[in-house]
Design a protein around this ligand. Structure first.
Ligand code: 5GP
Ligand code: ZN
Length: 112
């Protein structure tokens, strides 16, 4: 069994676990965080499994740039273009799901 077989976000991407879809294309999926920390809190994930943003950047920098572009478009649609983009990387930084995901926080003025 590969790492991806037991991955929550791989299961969400495959439709095996329900999610509230925000955006999808051939390589990328975005859905609402189940425990939102802002008025708009979207998770953007590559469909291919990478453990964290450093692995993604090394293997497929174009996909990382694509994720940033999708975040910008969500913020343009939902909050005049301002957004916070967070990649928790590693257990001690608060990463709990080891399939790289961008947290996009927007939709309201954010605290510092
Ligand atoms: P991390 O702590 O790894 O940076 O972020 C994981 C995020 O995934 C958390 O913000 C958490 O609320 C979210 N999350 C965990 N399980 C689910 C789920 O089953 N569905 C959705 N939509 N979000 C989830
Ligand atoms: Zn995965």
């Amino acid at each position: 069994m590969s790492e991806a077989d037991d991955c929550l976000f791989c299961k969400i991407i495959a439709g095996q676990i329900p999610s509230s879809k925000v955006y999808e294309d051939d390589t990328t999926y975005a859905f609402n965080d189940i425990n939102p920390k802002a008025k708009v809190h979207v998770l953007i994930v590559p469909k291919r499994h990478y453990a964290n943003v450093a692995e993604l950047a090394a293997a497929d920098p174009a996909e990382l740039a694509h994720i940033v572009d999708i975040a910008q478009r969500i913020a343009d649609e939902r909050f005049h273009g301002a957004f916070r983009l967070v990649f928790n990387t590693g257990l001690d930084a608060g990463q709990t799901v080891f399939h790289v995901h961008a947290h996009v926080l927007t939709g309201e003025v954010l605290d510092e």
